[in-house]
Structures are given as structure tokens and as C-alpha cells.
Design a protein around this ligand. Structure first.
Ligand code: GTP
Length: 182
């Protein structure tokens, strides 16, 4: 039994306590779109404005959730959006079962870069990786530059589901993580 398998069975005695599945998810998108904030909101239910310095390389958080009655251990990898870390993060793509791809609805470039992200994902990730597109910072309506319809259209073009989220208010955060854990 490797360490990972061992880790996924440390839940307790009865079958109800077993964490049956280990599910790896990776967060990607431009620097500053809110990947770390989204993960912290999901994991700890809080938002600390301006608190995170740019992610260096990669880090992960484990969280156990119950999906359709099955305990799933989500291992969520938070990648650095900055270009200079790209070669480090590519190496993690192929182990991921799911991928949350974020842009910032107040940042046009982050939306325009989604196509390039998808090209990279198709190059490095597994063929059957589950992808979801997220338009984050939906709480900042006064600075919105990307309409919901634009996100929906792009997602439809690539055949992936789409949600707008807010790491600040928590809107759709749990929904996004649970949807890709299925
Ligand atoms: N209003 C608002 N601000 C957000 C939201 N998500 C993130 N932010 C802010 O946006 C900035 C960048 O957030 P991060 O979570 O560090 O972004 P990141 O994508 O992890 O950035 P890198 O680690 O550089 O790739 C921070 O100042 C956050 O407080 C959100 O949903 N709403």
C-alpha cells in the first residue's frame, strides 16, 4: 500500500468512515484571478482580502467531502498563475482527474487567455480530465468587463460546464468543487 492509499483509509473502523476515493483536482488560470482565495473559501469558509502573495510553484489542500453518499478525499492543487512557474505546474496536470479553470470577470486578459490555458490543458492533462470554467470575482459588479453570456458561450464552445463564483461571498464555491468531484 503506498502512502497515498494508506492516507485515504485512515478514516476509522466502519465502512461509513472510510474515505473511499482520492480525487485530485487542480486549479489553474492567470495570476490574480483568485485560485488561492477560492480554495481557502472552500476549505475554511473565509475570505481575507488581499492576504495572499502570489503562489510560488504549487501547493495542495486535502478536504473530505461526501458526494452521493460516498466519502471522497479531494486533493486540491493550487498552482501559480505566473508564467515563470509554468514548467513546474505542467508536471502536475497529468495526475489530475479534474481541473478548475478560472478567469476574473473584472480582467479581460484573464478571459482572453482561457483559450491558451485550454490548449495547454489538452497538451498536458489526461484526455478524460473533467474541466469546469469559472468566472471568479462575481461580487465586483461595478468593475465587471466580462458578461456572464461571454463565459457561457466560451464554455459551450469547448463543451465544458460554467459557473460564476465569488471567493469573497462564497457564491457557487462549494457547488463548483462538488460538481467536479462526481
Ligand atoms: N472581490 C473579490 N476579490 C477576490 C476574489 N478572489 C480573489 N480576490 C482577490 O484577488 C487577489 C488575487 O487573489 P489570489 O487568490 O491570490 O489569486 P491567485 O489566482 O491565487 O494568484 P496566483 O497565486 O498569483 O496565481 C487578492 O487580492 C484576493 O483578495 C473574489 O471572488 N472577489
Amino acid at each position: 500500500m503506498d502512502l497515498q492509499t494508506l492516507g485515504s483509509y485512515q478514516g476509522g473502523a466502519g465502512p461509513d468512515f472510510y474515505e473511499h476515493v482520492l480525487h485530485k483536482t487542480i486549479l489553474v488560470g492567470d495570476s490574480g484571478v483568485g485560485k488561492t482565495s477560492l480554495l481557502v473559501q472552500f476549505d475554511q469558509g473565509k475570505f481575507i482580502p488581499g492576504s495572499f502573495s502570489a503562489t510560488v510553484g504549487i501547493g495542495f489542500t486535502n478536504k473530505v467531502v461526501t458526494v452521493d453518499g460516498v466519502r471522497v478525499k479531494l486533493q486540491i492543487w493550487d498552482t501559480a498563475g505566473q508564467e515563470r512557474f509554468r514548467s513546474v505546474t505542467h508536471a502536475y496536470y497529468r495526475d489530475a482527474q479534474a481541473l478548475l479553470l478560472l478567469y476574473d470577470i473584472t480582467n479581460k486578459a484573464s478571459f482572453e487567455n482561457i483559450r491558451a490555458w485550454l490548449t495547454e490543458i489538452h497538451e498536458y492533462a489526461q484526455r478524460d480530465v473533467v474541466i469546469m470554467l469559472l468566472g471568479n470575482k462575481a461580487d465586483v459588479s461595478s468593475e465587471r468587463v466580462i458578461r456572464s453570456e461571454d463565459g457561457e458561450t466560451l464554455a459551450r464552445e469547448y463543451g465544458v460546464p460554467f459557473l460564476e463564483t465569488s471567493a469573497k461571498t462564497g457564491m457557487n464555491v462549494e457547488l463548483a468543487f462538488l460538481a467536479i468531484a462526481k
